[in-house]
Design a protein around this ligand. Structure first.
Ligand code: SF4
Length: 436
């Protein structure tokens, strides 16, 4: 269930229907100002909405004053064990303080932080980790770790409410993906406050990204979670931000930068697609526009399933085709495909629409038709998928759902999907771009 309440961290709204916020944490020693600021600028550039910095010592608090002043995005102070550092972080101007009420020295210390945060208008993130549950929940943790995590979080929420402090978000974190999913689902049914999602110590860039995509993606698809952090074992915090964005983009929860789609390749592949896709992906990193680019390994299926893409290429032995919104633009020699693709993308961004040369487009269409006709009998993965979809549709037509099976409309977040293509735009239908 999506959170009902909204808080603001700096200028960033969290919860209550706001876009899911992306955050990360610096990996530098916070007191090392040049290194910390350099990392903060890089994560902001990569799309972080919020950044958290560890504040374990007084010298980190000193640095925090400057960090808050110079950071392009709101800064959250991460405090453990020492409540006086939380008080000092608020004085230093932190936009939010993250603490675990269970390890900060007791309710009276939490009360002092809450009082100061209220006076300063600073929100808090209160969180529990599977490794640090209060003693009285240890037995429950052994029997039912999910309930123990949720119980701990609910007890902290009740503590904050008793202290008249409601300007907070909550996090439950575990290294265990199924437990994280189950605990956050349960928590979202019990509280109205925004929820921060993360998988603790998820792992390396490869395994950690996958674990996070499964855990956080499952919850976000259910509408649970208002802000996310991907925890990866890398010193490059911007990598965490990129993964977070890929998860949000995949779920159509937020849009940022290009989307690359590529066929899985098969025995019909006629060029070095691995290299081409890697080059396109790298070059697309320079773009902020949400342009969707498709790469097809052969022209056997025509443009087919990639016809919704803003731009695409389909390769063949010696030459390939550039297309836009399902329509051929021009044929080019194989070696020039990538450069020609980016020429077309750049032109369209500069002009605000896709420029079509009627003669070149007709030549491309004829080339494509010839290849399609020559391979009309091929059972490609796409054609098999089409046949399966048609068969399923036929089956569905014969199926009358029971009265209790109502169609699900999806959560509120998913309704913020990419805008539909403008079918009436000319000369080639599709999204119009503006450079920012
Ligand atoms: S048949 Fe489909 S999967 Fe195989 S190379 Fe062609 S486009 Fe890619």
């Amino acid at each position: 269930m999506a959170s009902q309440r909204q808080i603001h961290v700096g200028g960033v709204p969290i919860g209550g229907g706001a876009p899911v916020a992306v955050q990360t944490m610096t990996k530098t020693e916070t007191a090392d100002l040049p290194a910390t600021m350099d990392q903060i600028r890089r994560v902001a550039e990569a799309g972080a909405d919020l950044v958290r910095v560890a504040v374990p010592r007084d010298q980190d608090v000193d640095a925090l004053r400057t960090i808050v002043r110079e950071s392009p995005i709101p800064v959250i102070a991460d405090i453990h064990f020492n409540y006086t550092l939380a008080l000092k972080a608020i004085d230093a101007g932190a936009h939010c303080v993250r603490l675990n009420p269970g390890n900060i020295g007791g309710p009276d210390k939490v009360a002092q932080v809450a009082e100061k945060a209220t006076a300063a208008g600073v929100p808090m993130r209160i969180g529990v980790n599977s490794g640090s549950l209060p003693k009285h929940l240890h037995e429950l943790e052994r029997e039912n770790p999910v309930e123990a995590l949720v119980q701990a979080a609910v007890e902290f929420v009740e503590l904050m409410e008793r202290l008249d402090f409601e300007n907070f978000k909550v996090s439950i974190k575990s290294t265990n993906v199924p437990n994280t999913i189950a605990a956050n689902r349960l928590l979202s049914e019990k509280i109205e406050y925004p929820i921060h999602l993360g998988i603790t110590e998820a792992g390396t860039k490869w395994s950690g990204s996958l674990k996070s995509a499964v855990g956080l993606g499952t919850l976000l698809a259910d509408g649970v979670g208002d802000t996310i952090r991907i925890s990866l074992s890398t010193f490059h915090a911007e990598e965490e931000v990129k993964v977070a964005w890929e998860i949000l983009k995949a779920l159509h929860l937020r849009e940022r930068g290009p989307v690359l789609i590529a066929c899985p390749t098969c025995g019909r592949l006629q060029f070095d697609m691995d290299t081409v896709v890697a080059e396109i992906e790298q070059r697309l990193e320079q773009y902020v526009e949400p342009v969707e680019v498709a790469v097809l390994g052969c022209a056997v299926n025509g443009i087919g399933e990639a016809s919704h893409a803003d731009f695409g290429i389909t390769g063949a032995k010696n030459e390939g085709l550039i297309f836009a919104h399902g329509k051929p633009l021009r044929k080019v020699p194989q070696d020039d495909l990538v450069d020609a693709l980016f020429e077309e993308i750049d032109k369209s961004l500069d002009r605000g629409s896709v420029d079509v040369d009627a003669q070149k487009s007709a030549e491309g269409a004829a080339w494509l038709k010839r290849i399609e006709d020559e391979n009309a009998d091929e059972l490609t993965p796409e054609r098999i998928a089409q046949m399966e979809a048609a068969a399923a549709k036929e089956k569905d037509a014969d199926f009358t759902p029971a009265p209790f099976l109502k169609p699900v409309s999806g959560n509120g977040e998913a309704s913020r999907a990419r805008p539909k293509l403008n079918e009436d735009a000319s000369p080639v239908s599709g999204r119009r771009f503006t450079r920012t």
